[in-house]
Unconditional design. Sequence first.
Length: 140
Amino acid sequence: MNRKAHDLGLADTQFFDSTGLNPRNVSSARDLAKMVAASASYPLIREFSTTRDGYFAVNGRMVHFNNTNALVSNPEWEIGLQKTGFTNEAGKCLVMQAWMNQKPVVIVLLDSWGRLTRIGDANRIRRWVEQVAQQGARQG
């Protein structure tokens, strides 16, 4: 993982384990945006990160999976890739690539306060992007 991070030019990222739960795993918002953009080129990552729910075989048992990002179920969003996360050190986080105004946009939200704050922030960003695009179209 560290080799791949280096290859992607992620200067502020270092992994100590693959779970994402080790407090020594670190990254910056810039590096996370680069990681999201690079990950969006992998169809399987896009599919698994945007699947609403399903059953998967794990060690011979069927395990139910439910995506915790409510935006994945929202028909107003066209999400190409997303990942929510939480650690005590980083807080509640969300990274995603979504289509807005026919263009891919990467959003990185770190250390959100409440349980739904990152979802609300993403919705506010989307409304702002759409508003700016409409203003530009009227002026252009």
